[in-house]
Design a protein around this ligand. Structure first.
Ligand SMILES: O=C(CO)COP(=O)(O)O
Length: 250
């Protein structure tokens, strides 16, 4: 596998923990033997980004913001801008997480403009897409994901710094992991979309990763599937089993 397609494991810590617990988690990860072929990115809460980044110095692990606002600066109380992430040397940001979409009302258009702004500020993007249970039951999973990707494509031509995270909403935080077949079906549709919309060259470099109840006990089977090039992990990224998930290809 080329360097461009290193297996990718992201840990989304969501709104959990303290500075101290974040540093402890880093110590646990640092003291473990990690597969050096895996790109690892953790996304602590905004307030913890810098201390966690400091604690990770000298390791293969990078940090990501969990969200960013597309404007550079101004009267946007409570927001952190893409340029502020850039100023703090934060190399990654998660955009379009389903919790942002459903709890905070982010639309496909918001997600597109945030992705465009992050890339403009040289920040790589973990772009989240995925359907709700209701949409899956109506057989709309692929349509929904394609609609979410199309919206970003309208604003962004160069996808080389985007990792696409397929996170079915019904699998997030529920313990109901998608079966490898369910994940592979949507991943295949995403690669098809990429061939049609981004061209073969871009597709060769594209990584589509899976998120939703990934755990130590299910990661190996999912990771063995050729279309699953990594994970975005929530709950289990706060536990020592995150190391097993990073090492799921070993
Ligand atoms: O939302 C997720 C990662 O972004 C997944 O969360 P869980 O792993 O807790 O299901």
């Amino acid at each position: 596998m080329s360097a461009d397609r290193k297996f990718f494991v992201g840990g989304n810590w969501k709104m959990n923990g303290t500075i101290e617990s974040g540093k402890k988690l880093v110590e646990t990860i640092k003291s473990a033997k990690l597969d050096s072929n895996v790109e690892v990115v953790v996304a602590p809460p905004a307030l913890h980004l810098l201390p966690v980044q400091e604690a990770l110095k000298g390791t293969q692990i990078q940090v990501a913001g969990q969200n960013a606002y597309h404007q550079v600066s101004g009267a946007f109380t409570g927001e952190v801008s893409v340029s502020q992430l850039q100023d703090a040397n934060i190399p990654w940001v998660i955009i379009g997480h389903s919790e942002r979409r459903t709890l905070f009302g982010e639309t496909d258009a918001n997600v597109a403009e945030k992705t465009k702004a992050a890339l403009k500020h040289d920040i790589s993007v973990i772009l989240c897409v995925g359907e709700t249970l209701e949409q899956r039951e109506k057989n709309e999973s692929i349509n929904v994901v394609v609609r979410q990707l199309d919206a970003v494509k309208k604003e962004v031509d160069d996808w080389t710094k985007i990792v696409i995270a397929y996170e079915p909403v019904w699998a997030i935080g529920t313990g109901k992991v998608a079966t490898p077949e369910q994940a592979e079906e949507v991943h295949a549709a995403i690669y098809d979309w990429a061939v049609k919309n981004l061209g073969q060259g871009a597709t060769d470099k594209l990584r589509v990763i899976y998120g939703g109840s990934v755990a130590g006990k299910n990661c190996k089977e999912l990771a063995s599937k050729p279309s699953i090039l990594g994970f975005l992990v929530g709950g289990a990224s706060l536990k020592p089993e995150f190391v097993d998930i990073i090492n799921s290809k070993l």
